[in-house]
Structure formats: C-alpha cells, structure tokens
Design a protein around this ligand. Structure first.
Ligand code: CA
Length: 234
C-alpha cells in the first residue's frame, strides 16, 4: 500500500513527537524535522505534504516555505501550524506560498481533516498530466485503459481482477493473433508452464468471457481456436 509522506517541521520536542504519533496513527509516514535546514534537506525524500511551524530556531517557517517554492520549485502543499494567529501573520504565510494555515492551540481532528484534504487535492493535481495522455484500446463496445485497470463495456465500468485485465489487454493489443494456452500462461503469469496450468488459464478465460461477452458460450471477442488456443477478434 502506498503511504503518504508528511514532512513535519516543529522545534518543540514534545509537540513534534505528539504530532508524529497522531499522524502515524492516521496511517501517514512522518519525516520529522526540528529546524528549517533539516526540513529543506528532507525535501529530497519527496513528501506529499509539509506541516510547517513558523517560529523555528534557524530559518523561519516563512523562509523555508519561500525556499521550497523558489529554490526547489516544489509544489508540495504547505500547511502552516503556528501560534502566530493575527491576520497579518496569516497573510504572510499565504504570500510565502502556503496552502493552509492552522493556529495553535489546534484541534487534532481538524489537523487531520486539513491534512487529508490537502493530500487529496495534491494527488489529483499530480495525476492529471498522466491521465491526459491516457490511451484506450477500443473494440466493439469495449474500452480498456492501457495504463490503469479501467474497463468499460457500453460505458459501464467492469471490475476485472488484475490477471483478467492483463489478459484482455494482451488480446486487444494483438488482435487476430492466436495465443496458445502455454503462451498466455507464460506471458500473463510470467512463470514456466506445465500442464497443470492449463486449467488455470481456461478458468480465467471463462471468467473474462462472462464479463465481456453477450453470450459467453458463443463468444464474439475471445474465440477458441480448437487445438491451437485463443484469439481476439474485432
Ligand atoms: Ca516553534
């Protein structure tokens, strides 16, 4: 499972360790830093969020944030967590490149909500360019994403286990090519074939047909080539 990394910058030892526990319990991987220089060094670990105190012993949190944005050209979300609670302090935080601002004393539930929200926005932002290059394999009423396990049949999403998704993709990329059972097994499972594996392949073909064919016993996409294997038409 992927865990979001949070860079936590706080010079008060007790608060830093309490926050580490809170965030770790919420399922995040925490990179703790006790001052600004440490924080900038830990940026190389590519955190998905920075929780940043402002009053720090070396660089101020505002300066750390400016360097994250300007020197490191890094778009990671920054949440200021500070005792400075005036409007002008908040304004400085946002002008330095901060995304959110929470004042001490704070409610730990609120911190977790804001953390989750910032991470969610950041993940959507990061995944957008990738998604716009997304390629689809299309055949008849089937639409299959090449990058993600997303399969649609007449615009309805079909859930496929990874094995079946990879099998369908292989077929659609090599239409009219006859795949022997051995061929399919070695390509999809990536293991040496022996005859006990035939049944495994046939079971998955059957499951896949149930999901993509109108009539699985008279398939129009994945057809059986007797004695030779399977072939994708369309
Ligand atoms: Ca402080």
């Amino acid at each position: 499972m992927h865990m979001d990394k949070i860079l936590l910058v706080e010079d008060e030892d007790d608060l830093r360790s309490a926050l580490c526990t809170l965030l770790a319990d919420a399922g995040y991987l925490v990179l703790p830093a006790a001052n600004g220089m440490e924080a900038l060094e830990l940026l190389s670990k590519e955190p998905s969020l920075v929780i940043l105190d402002i009053m720090l012993p070396d660089l101020s949190g505002l300066e750390v944030c400016r360097r994250i944005r300007q020197d490191c050209c890094c778009n990671v979300p920054v949440l200021f967590l500070t005792a400075l609670d005036s409007f002008s302090d908040k304004k400085k935080g946002f002008l330095a490149g901060g995304d959110d601002y929470l004042t001490k004393p704070f409610d730990s539930g609120e911190l977790l909500l804001r953390t989750a929200s910032l991470l969610r926005r950041y993940c959507i932002y990061l995944s957008e360019p990738e998604r716009s290059n997304e390629n689809w394999l299309i055949a008849g009423d089937l639409r299959v994403s090449e990058q993600f396990n997303e399969v649609f049949r007449r615009d309805e999403r079909i859930e496929l286990p990874d094995i079946e998704y990879r099998m369908l993709k292989l077929f659609m990329k090599h239409r009219r090519k006859i795949f022997s059972i051995r061929n399919l097994y070695e390509t999809i499972w990536n293991e040496p074939f022996d005859h006990s594996c035939s049944n495994t392949v046939m079971v998955h073909i059957r499951k896949l047909r149930l999901k993509i064919e109108d009539n699985p016993s008279d398939p129009r996409y994945i057809r059986t080539e007797w004695g030779r294997g399977y072939c994708f038409y369309m």
